[in-house]
Design a protein around this ligand. Structure first.
Ligand code: SAH
Length: 370
């Protein structure tokens, strides 16, 4: 029998070890995984949890991903784009509340107007949030999909310093199954390379529990994160959205407990990624909370160190549903803020107020380069 303790005490894990960790089932093994992840987190990153106010500023999207509720073919939602003023006001509120950073997320658009719009919003926010507390303004992470090199560069020069672009799965065949032919795995990898080249702190991630995805695929996802030397990870359970082609997936329909399954697998992915990659930032994503009310706290306990309270103005929240059961749709930004802070404290972790909370991986990489 393989002893989990022996694996956890090894210096360097290999693919087989990762597969074993991801296959842990007994509560004893899950407990071991969780405490090892916490130990590594404490040693490499500290126990502070970084807040990123999440502003979903538009659900207009040119892509048609088979899993996503805001895909362009879904006609059952109202499309919106927040005005520059609305975004800036929301960001100012975040800065005032002590969020060191925000995430600006939207559906994908690649037209010049859009890129110009986002760049000018970013530079305004940067200018307007400089204060004693935040001498360089709010930290800004963008999550607006695949763009060309010049657009990425423009956005970086405007002042955004982190970028999230999920690879969704590192298995190319599976990637093709969940995207239309216009979208390519290679292109995503190229985008990630461009982002790193330009100097962004770069994040990626995957959906966990996709139809036809295996434990081996997930182990390869973690190896992929390492191979492209990623700074941040945002990953979470795949959850069906009824207005998508994947809602009829036979393999998941047969499994009524698929949400529970994907939830637990996501916690194991977070812990294993923490143990293997050590000093990257890992977000405990909202999708965890869509399955269990305290899902995000569980993600933090399994080694995540970033949380993204929803700050999107209330009237737009219901139009930005990537999957079913999105929590906090009826709440106010204030509620999400209070709730996140309380919940972080309830699990004996500290909130990193007024700090960017950059990835230690990125920081040490760059200090070595100096
Ligand atoms: N357009 C941006 C933002 C996309 S939404 C971009 O391309 O990066 C952010 C993430 O939500 C996606 O990368 C995907 O991983 C996740 N997502 C979309 N649909 C989902 C679903 N049904 N279940 C779980 N996660 C989903």
């Amino acid at each position: 029998m393989i002893n989990l303790k022996n694996i956890l005490n090894k210096g360097e894990l290999d693919r087989e070890d990762i597969i074993t960790l991801l296959s842990s089932e007994s509560s004893e093994d899950l407990g071991l995984l969780k405490s090892k992840a916490y130990e590594i987190l404490k040693e490499y990153c500290g126990i502070k949890v970084w807040l990123r106010g999440l502003i979903e500023f538009s659900n207009i999207c040119v892509n048609d991903c088979y899993y996503c509720g805001i895909r362009k073919s879904n006609k059952s939602l109202n499309r919106y784009l927040l005005s520059k003023e609305e975004i800036i006001n929301t960001a100012l509120w975040c800065a005032e509340k002590g969020f060191g950073s925000i995430v600006l997320q939207s559906g994908e658009r690649n037209d010049k107007n859009f890129v110009d719009f986002v760049s000018s919003v970013v530079s305004e926010i940067k200018k307007m949030t400089i204060s004693d507390k935040l001498p360089e303004g709010l930290g800004i992470t963008l999550c607006i999909g695949e763009q060309d090199y010049n657009s990425y560069k423009k956005l970086f020069e405007a002042g955004a310093h982190r970028y999230l672009l999920r690879i969704e799965t590192s298995n190319e065949k599976l990637f093709r199954e969940i995207h239309p032919p216009e979208q390519s795995f290679q292109r995503r990898v190229e985008c990630l390379k461009m982002l790193k080249d330009i100097g962004f702190q770069t994040g990626t991630g995957v959906m966990i529990g996709l139809p036809n995805q295996t434990i081996e695929d997930l182990a390869d996802d973690i190896l992929f994160f390492k191979s492209i030397d990623i700074d941040m990870i945002g990953m979470g359970p795949y959850i069906i959205h009824k207005d998508t082609p994947m809602a009829n997936s036979e393999s998941l329909m047969k499994n009524e407990n698929y949400k529970e399954h994907n939830y637990l697998l996501s916690l194991k992915m977070i812990a294993t990624a923490r143990i293997f990659l050590k000093d990257v930032n890992i977000a405990s994503t909202t999708a965890l909370q869509a399955i269990k009310p305290f899902g995000r706290e569980a993600g933090l306990s399994f080694g995540a160190n970033v949380i993204m309270p929803l700050i999107t103005p209330e009237i737009y929240r219901k139009e930005y549903q990537l999957y079913e059961g999105k929590p906090c749709i009826e709440d106010l930004a204030e509620d999400c803020y209070d709730c996140s802070v309380q919940r972080i404290k309830s699990i004996d972790r500290e909130v990193g107020f007024d700090e960017w909370g950059d990835s230690m991986h990125f920081i040490s990489k760059n200090s070595k380069a100096d």
